[in-house]
Design a binder for this molecule. Structure first.
Ligand code: KDG
Ligand code: MG
Length: 405
């Protein structure tokens, strides 16, 4: 069996997705997600110019060899673009293997560790009351875990909450240049404790509450936040400070027992290694699309299990339903799985282009029994929605200093 062709699609049914389709000489094909938000076409070029020509004619069943060939063989290892390109191919090859074996991916990984995958929903509000109402409505729909993000009074736009009240916080139409947003740590601290204090009072002790700081704080401010929020029993605090200097997390750890989650921007097991083996975190948030595919996620999960770190894959809307499907398989298998981020099934066009039968009920996702990943991509349905240039926002302090977004 040989790889006959590899097609790379960039489409924008409301937001951009890069989809890889590996086609074999038997007609069996596999799909992968290679989306890097705001840098999509860099991955397309990397794949089309540097990866696809090397893979035509190869055995699609040699997943490990192809993974190592693309990783070690490039000389330039790691980085978001390289690893997303590898991930797109790797997912597609696992999809093909599952179709050939007539088995869903989770079975090939080792079978079920659980029946359903716990999801956390989002509640993004303009005020504390608004955020809590939105969380209540997620709880009413059956979610047992909700991430709370609230607008910071005095700032026009806050991460997770759009001033213009659109559905989500990033791509909104075709923005020619990155939008700029303001950040004030002092203003944030004036709001954040009350949000969780009120949420616990009104939502009760059972619901799992989470929060994403999106790397806005310094390590010592992070430690302060951890201590402030400890009484409200968060499930985890995410990206409390920047991820590059991993000693930051040790400093936070010395001051607080709040569970810490990090890793959505990490590209490889090497980015997670110190944090996991030093037990500086409780949850590793790598995504299949950004950390090198299923082959890499499997390795990260197993490594994390040695140190009691659980997996909590990133699940923002810039990861396509192909990645979501891969995560549901991985999470069904991974014994040390913690929780999966979930922002809903996407708009009508997304659902039409990427079809699957993953059931979401009572805050749990139930894996597809279809062979491979169990998701399909409708090329014709994607055609009317070509790629649109779009960027994540850039953050500045009130005095104009560029900050972490
Ligand atoms: O592309 C970046 C987004 O996916 C990110 O901002 C979302 O932090 C995020 C999250 O936890 O969903
Ligand atoms: Mg995040």
């Amino acid at each position: 069996m040989k790889i006959r062709d590899i097609k790379v699609f960039a489409c924008c049914p409301g937001r951009n997705f890069v989809t890889v389709k590996v086609i074999t000489d038997t007609g069996v094909y596999g799909l992968g997600d290679a989306t890097v938000n705001g840098r999509e076409m860099a991955v397309v070029a990397y794949l089309e110019e540097h990866v696809v020509p090397c893979l035509i004619g190869r055995d699609p069943q040699a997943i490990e060899d192809i993974w190592q060939y693309l990783y070690k063989g490039a000389y330039w290892r790691r980085g978001p673009i390289t690893m997303a390109a590898i991930a797109g191919i790797d997912m597609a090859l696992w999809d093909i293997k599952g179709k050939l074996a007539d088995m869903p991916l989770y079975q090939m990984l080792g079978g079920k560790s659980r029946t359903g995958v716990t999801l956390y929903a989002h509640a993004n509000g303009e005020t504390i009351g608004d955020t809590i109402n939105k969380a209540q409505s997620q709880i009413n729909q059956g979610f047992k875990a909700v991430r709370l993000q609230c607008a910071v009074p005095g700032l026009e736009v806050t991460y997770g909450v759009l001033g213009d009240k659109k559905d989500y916080y990033e791509l909104q139409g075709n923005r020619p240049l990155p939008p700029e947003e303001q950040w004030s740590t002092a203003k944030y601290f004036n709001m954040i404790e009350e949000l969780f204090c009120e949420a616990r009072k009104q939502l009760g002790p059972e619901v799992k509450l989470l929060h994403d700081v999106h790397s806005r704080l310094t390590p010592i401010e992070s430690a302060r936040l951890g201590k402030l929020l400890e009484p409200y029993n968060l499930f985890f605090l995410e990206d409390v400070c920047i991820a590059e200097n991993q000693d930051n997390l040790q400093l936070v750890r010395q001051h607080t027992t709040i569970p810490l989650a990090i890793g959505e921007t990490y590209n490889s097991i090497w980015d997670c290694k110190e944090l996991i083996q030093n037990q500086s975190i409780d949850f590793i948030r790598t995504a299949a699309t950004h950390a090198g595919g299923i082959t890499a996620m499997r390795r990260i999960a197993d490594f994390a299990s040695l140190f009691n770190v659980q997996t909590a894959p990133h699940g923002a809307p810039d990861l396509s339903p192909i990645c979501f499907a891969a995560h549901i398989h991985l999470n069904t298998w991974t014994h040390n799985f913690g929780i999966q981020e979930y922002v809903g099934p996407g708009n009508e066009q997304v659902q039409k282009i990427f079809s699957h039968d993953i059931e979401v009920k009572d805050g749990l996702a139930f894996v597809s029994e279809a062979p491979g990943l169990g998701v399909d991509f409708d090329e014709l349905a994607a055609e009317p929605y070509p790629y649109k240039r779009s960027y994540l926002p850039v953050s500045r302090l009130e005095d104009g200093t560029v900050w972490n977004w």
